[in-house]
Design a protein around this ligand. Structure first.
Ligand code: SAM
Ligand code: SF4
Length: 335
């Protein structure tokens, strides 16, 4: 989506980082139950009235864009399980300052929505896929949907989407999938990104991941003699590589080791209006509450800029602010 460039005020944090990327969660609900994200049973989703309405989401996103946000990633929960999502995306694509809308999904969106995304100019999509083996996929997501997700990925590629796959790695779960995933990049122009597991499973217990970015890279480079380093995009959380001669690429995201915080340009808004400047930190304001108290635009802008002024240096500093609070599920935080 190419839009005219605007020279607008920007959100600058205390470390001089320009925050121009909003991760917007549209729902806490999901049709999967990935083990690293939420428990199999007994997940208590918030009552619907606590979710930001589409009108509220559009209004708040518009304000963020006036303040300098240029890229929005739609996430959740699973964004496509929320009714009316395509209409909402249509509204967002009308925001003049917004240069890019991207989506993260579990790959159960269906062909009609893919076509609609293309019509809206949304061509970048991240799909979560943790295994290329049907049984392991089931073990990890607790849903028998491997074929549907894999077919979705192929259809997206065929339609010309720029597709990134997100694969969360863990010992005794899917290490045997690493090389098959890299091999997938031989014939498909995909970017497969391996993520360290983060402590947001909604259980409260978590062990430091053995498969950190160093272990992942050393495992892959042990299998291939020609691993080329690629130039990473500005503010990228992944370090990217290509196996010589392969069409696609692979990346490693140190989501637990947090080596990328220095260039962080992100702001997060949860489906219930919680504004965070770091996934590891506490919410710094609830914009839904401020909005529903009848705040005018000036007050919302003040609230947002006050939060940005408190952005943590990195994910470790952010984590210290809530050391005693049990870690939430990623589906509530907005992934
Ligand atoms: N439902 C969509 C999906 O699965 O892509 C969007 C929401 S999901 C919370 C966003 C991303 O967060 C996914 O790529 C998922 O793999 C990742 N994720 C969720 N919980 C995680 C965890 N505990 N550690 C690392 N990544 C996690
Ligand atoms: Fe659902 Fe995505 Fe969480 Fe899996 S990672 S349970 S697909 S929100």
């Amino acid at each position: 989506m190419d839009k005219p460039k605007h020279t607008e005020p920007t959100l600058i944090d205390p470390y001089g980082r320009k925050l121009d990327y909003l991760r917007l969660s549209v729902t806490d609900r999901c049709n999967f139950r990935c083990y690293y994200c939420m428990p199999e049973e007994g997940v208590e989703f918030v009552p619907r009235k606590e979710l930001l309405t589409y009108e509220e989401l559009s209004y708040l996103t518009g304000i963020f864009c006036e303040l300098g946000v240029r890229k929005v990633r739609i996430t959740g929960g699973e964004p496509f399980v929320r009714k009316g999502i395509m209409g909402f995306l249509g509204k967002l694509s009308d925001i003049p300052q917004l240069q890019q809308i991207t989506v993260t999904s579990n790959g159960t969106l269906g062909e009609e929505k893919m076509n609609e995304l293309l019509r809206l100019g949304i061509t970048n999509i991240n799909i979560s896929l943790d295994s290329l083996d049907k049984e392991r996929f089931f073990e990890m997501t607790r849903r028998d949907k491997f074929e549907e997700v894999f077919d979705c990925i192929l259809a997206l590629l065929q339609k010309g989407f720029k597709v990134k796959l997100n694969c969360v790695l863990a010992e005794e779960k899917n290490i045997q999938d690493i090389i098959p995933f890299v091999e997938l990049t031989k014939s498909y122009p995909l970017s497969v990104r391996f993520l360290e597991e983060m402590p947001f499973n909604g259980k409260g217990s978590f062990e430091t991941p053995k498969w950190n970015y160093k272990a992942i890279f050393s495992y892959i480079s042990g299998h291939y003699s020609e691993v080329e380093k690629l130039l990473d995009e500005k503010n990228s959380t992944s370090t990217n590589y290509r196996i010589k001669g392969y069409q696609g690429s692979f990346g490693i995201i140190p989501s637990y080791s947090r080596t990328f915080c220095g260039t962080c340009n992100r702001i997060r808004l949860s489906a219930t209006g919680e504004m965070r400047t770091c996934l590891y930190g506490p919410p710094r304001a609830n914009l839904r509450d401020v909005l529903r108290e009848g705040a005018d635009k000036e007050r919302l802008i003040q609230t947002i800029t006050d939060v940005v002024a408190k952005k943590e240096k990195d994910g470790f500093e952010a984590e210290k602010l809530q050391a005693s609070t049990p870690k939430k599920s990623m589906t509530f935080l907005g992934g």
